[in-house]
Design a protein around this ligand. Structure first.
Ligand code: SAM
Length: 196
């Protein structure tokens, strides 16, 4: 179901890419979630207005924007790169969306207790990547990678029973001590975890 007037952008990855500035378009294939994946993730996370979904590392806001056009949930995207947040805010405004917001911040400053569900698309992968980075703002740093992964696991540990987490291409995030794996799709790359 689509709640927004401007539906083309919510149906095609190419149309979404075309709305981006040239400098961020080039990263779509590797760094922004495909629309088909977003729709499944949003259905799993909950589409009702009571759901407050946090995208951990929101990039240009693709997950939150497409998600907000396909549900009544409220989406918050937190992103460390200011230029990407500006792009996300511009798109939100052009599409006249009210159930989405973007915060320019390091995820380590965010209080997870404000949210009911979480989306995690390998946000810290550039700390471990030798190629394919978005730009040179994030440098290879194994220690920082472990710190951020542990930070997210620890925050998720404190969430209440029933909290939903969807991970995409994120095999290193080990939440199995506190969460049950409830569903998988896209050859296991997309996973739904629910806090026990
Ligand atoms: C793989 S992209 C995913 C983007 C978006 N969630 C999507 O699915 O389309 C990960 C994003 O996380 C951001 N990121 C990396 N470290 C971060 C941090 N410490 N705090 C907030 N965002 C971060 C990166 O800048 C990048 O834009």
């Amino acid at each position: 179901m689509n709640y927004a007037e401007n539906s083309d952008i919510a149906e095609s990855d190419n149309t979404f890419d075309a709305a981006l500035s040239k400098s961020t378009q080039g990263h779509s294939y590797i760094h922004w979630t495909p629309i088909e994946v977003i729709k499944t993730a949003v259905d799993w996370l909950g589409t009702g207005s009571a759901n407050r979904i946090l995208d951990i590392g929101a990039g240009v806001g693709k997950f939150c924007i497409i998600g907000s056009m396909n549900s009544r949930a409220h989406f918050t995207g937190v992103e460390i790169r200011e230029n990407l947040v500006e792009e996300a805010i511009r798109l939100k405004s052009e599409l006249n969306l009210s159930n989405v917001e973007f915060i320019h911040s390091d995820i380590k400053s965010i209080d997870f207790s404000n949210f009911t569900s979480f989306y995690f698309y390998n946000p810290f992968c550039e700390l471990m990547a030798l190629s394919g980075a978005i730009d040179d703002q994030i440098q290879f740093n194994e220690e920082k990678y472990s710190y951020y992964q542990d930070f997210v696991v620890d925050q998720l540990k404190r969430t209440p029973k029933g909290t939903k987490l969807v991970t995409y291409c994120s095999p290193d995030l080990d939440v199995s001590v506190d969460f049950d794996l409830k569903d998988m799709y896209f050859e296991g790359l997309l996973q739904l975890w629910v806090k026990r």
